[in-house]
Design a protein around this ligand. Sequence first.
Ligand code: SF4
Length: 373
Amino acid sequence: MSKGIYIHIPFCLRKCPYCDFYSVEYNMGTAKKYVNAICSDIMQYKDKNIDVDTIYFGGGTPSVLMAYQIGRIVYTIKKCFNVTEPEITIEANPSSASYEKLCRYRQAGVNRISFGVQSADNSQLGFLGRLHDFDTAAEAVYDASRAGFDNISCDIMLGLKDQTIESLNETIDKITTLPIQHISAYMLKIEDGTPFDNDLVRNSVADEDLLSEMYLNTVERLASSGFEQYEISNFAKDKRYSKHNLKYWQGEEYLGFGAAAHSYFNGIRYCYEKDLYKYIENTKGSKILLESNPDKTEEYIMLSLRLKSGISLDKVSKLGGQALADDIKSKAKLYQDKGLVQIDSDVISLTPQGFLLSNSIIAEFLEKTDEKC
Ligand code: SF4
């Protein structure tokens, strides 16, 4: 089966106060060395005859790199792997994506772009410490469309300070009128150790009840604009799902390159240290083994229940035994009565209400798994 490739670009123009992704302030000299390290790391896979059909540049802010640097990484991947009709995605910050740069990404083979728009309300964008306003974000989306992108995604965020259902709906309405095919809608989470990790911020953002209301409202409003929910936080028009991210959720293998990048390859999960300087010095030395023999049954249940398509009891039975499949089915029936789960012959999936409680539902299914081990 074809693999995915993830490239982590750990540079941002400025750190947003809510973000705990691994990134540092952009520096042209360091970025040059980092791109060299990525390319020589990729070169180790030359002649290994590995098929690849998705490439994803995530970050950080990949769009801070020069377009030729992205092109060089894509070229190196194509030289070292068997790349067929790839989906090539780049995450972009609206404030660092000029029309010229977007055209050059297209020339380099990038065919999907994901913008961190977050909100159409400029005061909410200010709260998030973003460098763009909504007009800049809309212009970047139109520029991407003019540059030939017909697979564009926008991120939006729920639960912001002063965000109401009305202002969220304005954001949704403004964003869904842009020429885009995909939306990721995330709930703001206050991460430990970030500048947002204090009571002042915690008390100013949406509480759990409002957040749940916002989530259900978003699912419904996006559906009425033609965006089908296919994962807890992801919505697409005309089935333009993220093929790369589907690999994660379907338990398929992928190779990650760059500091903090994760891989699942040859049945082993590992990651690189969150230290780009170590990565530049010695890519081999900065790898950390996470799991050498992941539990396939547990992973299947955990990952597939994130998807609207859910889990197949037949597959659960093949992976973990008939008793486990029966056990999950009887548990699922109780949740079905509460409107949290759907059962459609062999398939069990979560409803939008169920997605809100996915952690505890999955934990309960897995509790049974552990007992049977
Ligand atoms: S631009 Fe994105 S990755 Fe960079 S700090 Fe902000 S949220 Fe984090």
